[in-house]
Design a protein around this ligand. Structure first.
Ligand SMILES: [Zn+2]
Length: 273
């Protein structure tokens, strides 16, 4: 990731409330010091499924461990495997939206992207009676126009802060090596893929760690948190101080003391599949 992209990511992560952009959960720290014996809560997230072979295996592992997770499903794959969508919901996991076709972000207009999200949301509602309020864009890539459209649909953009890149691992040794170096912190959102054979190795080993508690992403979002009326109305407007870092990138000043994010600004917020 280029330095500019890293700057964009850090700026937006810091500036936006979690109801709009979630990149990690609460860190359980007080004045910079970890609270002793506080349970370490992390969120496992699975993208690109459901997959007829790998998703059931993961669900079995999670059930055996009493662990919950969040599945960002692709609408057209969910339509092919409706029983898996119902099983995910019935077993206490959360369903998230990963668009209808997982189309390449750079080739997808904001209008098409938003329609894919809406179509997938309707399917999840029909299959699992679940009003899906979390969206993870393919590759984590968004433009401001797409982000504003998601917020108008009252969607939280859900990204991640831990990425083992399971999709590129050629054998289980690579996953074991990553796991050996991973030091979980409360609030971690781990990006995994339930259409990939190596992912089960990660889950198998992580759920054996009894110091960890596995939560869904909505467990970290207060139920009263809602996308603000101003955003639903069409413009991101937050107090100037909250967007102060954006001055480094662009002149976003308005005359009334607030700042708006221009809809034409390109924002690549992440660097993954
Ligand atoms: Zn994906």
């Amino acid at each position: 990731m280029s330095q500019l992209r890293q700057l964009f990511k850090s700026v937006f992560t810091a500036a936006l409330p979690k109801s709009l952009l979630l990149t990690h959960g609460p860190r359980r720290r007080t004045r910079g010091i970890d609270i002793p014996r506080s349970p370490c809560e992390i969120a496992l997230t699975f993208d690109d499924g459901p997959h007829p072979e790998h998703t059931p295996r993961l669900l079995d592992l999670l059930a055996d461990a009493g662990a919950r997770a969040t599945f960002f499903v692709v609408g057209e794959r969910a339509e092919q495997h409706p029983g898996l969508i119902r099983r995910i919901a019935d077993e206490g996991h959360e369903l998230g939206n990963h668009t209808w076709t997982h189309s390449e972000p750079s080739q997808t207009s904001a209008a098409r992207f938003l329609e894919e999200v809406a179509q997938t949301r309707r399917l999840i509602q029909d299959l699992a009676s679940h009003d899906c309020r979390l969206t993870r864009p393919p590759k984590g890539a968004l433009t401001i126009r797409k982000a504003l459209g998601l917020w108008r649909q009252q969607q939280t953009v859900a990204l991640w802060n831990v990425d083992p890149k399971d999709f590129s691992m050629l054998d289980t040794a690579a996953m074991s090596q990553w796991l050996g170096g991973y030091r979980p912190q409360s609030g971690d959102i781990v990006l995994l893929h339930d259409n990939h054979p190596r992912t089960a190795v990660a889950v198998e080993q992580l759920v054996e760690n009894h110091a960890l508690r596995f939560v869904t992403l909505s467990d970290w979002l207060h139920p009263t948190q809602r996308v603000s009326e101003e955003i639903v109305a069409g413009t991101l407007r937050v107090p100037s101080d909250d967007l102060e870092p954006l001055r480094m990138i662009n002149d976003l000043s308005n005359t009334d003391g607030t700042r708006s994010v221009p809809a034409t600004t390109q924002l690549e917020v992440a660097d993954a599949r």
